[in-house]
Ligand binder design. Structure first.
Ligand code: SF4
Length: 462
């Protein structure tokens, strides 16, 4: 196994104060999401509508993508198709090279993280400046985003003050978020003014109009596309929606699910390039068609990257984004990562309590915990889970298929737990018991209790 989530999670949780702070910070966002959702009486109808629109679109994805392409071209947008990340990067580089670009500003795009665009362009002499504040912080720190909506959520404001002091020359010891934000704004303003191209992600691409929609809270996408003469927009194939009127469903769900806001600060519609400028849309597959072909997992493509499943997940909140091996952490990453490479991300489907909270908060009703369970089975079938766990499961299946053996084993376990409870701390449950109290073993099993109760009731009836 290439990467083991529990090992990384243990390292994160070893700093108890930080783990607690991380948990609290994300729970705060989850509570804001709940309050935001509660202000919309038709919330569940919106979720059902979003689920339906996505399911319909995914069932006719090729048709809607072609319709989008036709209408976008008619608007004067240059449309490109990329089979994978490498092709995406080549296309973007080709556009930038043709325009002699040496600096590009970029707003948040998990797709470009997925394609490793930054190192690709930097290796070819093009400076890439991430302009979302959180993304700029992690870029300056040489890190990857630890959350899809709040990329620097793992960093405290004091650490950001130290980072800005080192990288931007701000006074030592700054920790006031307003002052730090002002320093970042000044630094980024210079980068915006000196850039020859801007790249954005795409939140929604509308087939009917051939336009794209980009949602941000900081206005950085607007700055990055208004100043330079070249705008490149990178979108995954799953971002297309059929009609402009569908947008209202998603925009109402997205902002509230992501941060609890009633509406994102900037929702920008691009239907053509500015006069004298160019707008390129690069449509990327990079493994999405394979997910689409798997009926049981297709719903994962409906994700609108709101981050709500991360904020609610007890495992993500207590283990941090870097304990996940895939660039997208949390429940949705634990689904998407194994789709890309099951062997490389085999521990991720197990990074879940299967409590179902992720599924409950998802605005488009991705059946996350069901998918995680299915992926666990696939990992088991492929023998990608640790030998000890596999043997344990085999032993459990053997005992459960033999009621007499199961009952005898239960009696023996209850006896041992009564006379020598400390022994459990040396067995397979040792890790689990490190932070938990062992419950009192019951005097009898559920089966014994059931037999006794039903026998008593039968006597009463007769
Ligand atoms: S799976 Fe659902 S909750 Fe998670 S990021 Fe995607 S849309 Fe949001």
């Amino acid at each position: 196994m290439i990467h083991f989530h529990p090992g990384k999670a243990e390292a994160f949780a070893a700093d108890e104060a930080r783990a607690h702070w991380h948990d609290t910070a994300l729970w705060f966002v989850r509570v804001k999401r709940d309050r935001g959702a509660a202000t919309v009486p038709e919330w569940e109808q919106l979720r059902a509508a979003a689920e339906g629109i996505k399911a319909h679109t995914l069932s006719r994805l090729a048709d809607y993508l072609e319709e989008f392409e036709r209408n976008a071209r008619a608007n004067g947008i240059q449309v490109h198709w990329a089979r994978d990340g490498e092709e995406h990067n080549r296309i973007v580089h080709g556009i930038l090279e043709r325009h002699g670009v040496t600096r590009m500003v970029k707003s948040k795009s998990m797709l470009t993280e997925e394609c490793h665009l930054n190192p690709y362009l930097e290796a070819r002499g093009i400076e890439v400046v991430d302009t979302d504040l959180g993304e700029r912080i992690v870029q300056l720190a040489g890190e990857a985003p630890s959350h899809i909506v709040m990329p620097a959520i793992h960093r405290k404001k004091e650490e950001i003050g130290d980072l800005f002091h080192e990288k931007l020359g701000t006074p030592r010891g700054l920790a006031d978020p307003t002052i730090l934000t002002a320093a970042a704004r000044k630094h980024l303003r210079e980068k915006f003014l000196g850039a020859q191209a801007g790249l954005t992600g795409v939140n929604f691409a509308i087939a009917e109009t051939g336009g794209i929609v980009v949602v941000t809270n900081e206005g950085n996408a607007d700055m990055g596309t208004t100043l330079p003469p070249v705008h490149v927009a990178s979108m995954g194939v799953e971002k297309v929606i059929p009609r402009a009127r569908d947008l209202g469903v998603f925009l109402r769900l997205l902002a509230r699910s992501a941060t609890g806001q009633p509406v994102s600060t900037y929702t920008t519609h691009f239907h053509s390039a500015r006069p004298g400028a160019e707008l390129h849309v690069v449509i990327v597959d990079n493994g999405r068609s394979e997910i689409l072909a798997r009926e049981a997992h297709r719903k994962a493509l409906a994700c609108i990257r709101c981050g709500a499943c991360l904020n609610t997940c007890p495992v993500y909140r207590r283990s941090g984004g870097y304990s996940y091996s895939y660039l997208i952490p949390g429940p949705i990453g634990s689904v998407l990562g194994p789709h890309r490479d099951l062997a490389g991300h085999a521990s991720l489907p197990f990074a879940s309590s299967l409590c179902g909270s992720c599924t409950d908060v998802c605005p488009v009703k991705v059946d996350l915990h069901h998918q995680l369970l299915a992926l666990r089975q696939e990992a088991g079938e492929e023998k990608l889970i640790p030998l000890g766990k596999r043997m344990g499961m085999k032993a459990a299946a053997f005992a459960m298929a033999r009621p007499r053996l199961f009952r005898t084993g239960g009696r023996f376990a209850r006896f041992v737990l009564r006379v020598a409870p400390g022994l459990a701390r040396f067995g397979p449950a040792a890790v689990w018991l490190r932070q938990r109290e062992l419950p009192e073993p019951p005097g009898e099993s559920f089966a014994d209790l059931y037999d006794r109760e039903t026998a008593g009731k039968q006597e009463e009836r007769s």
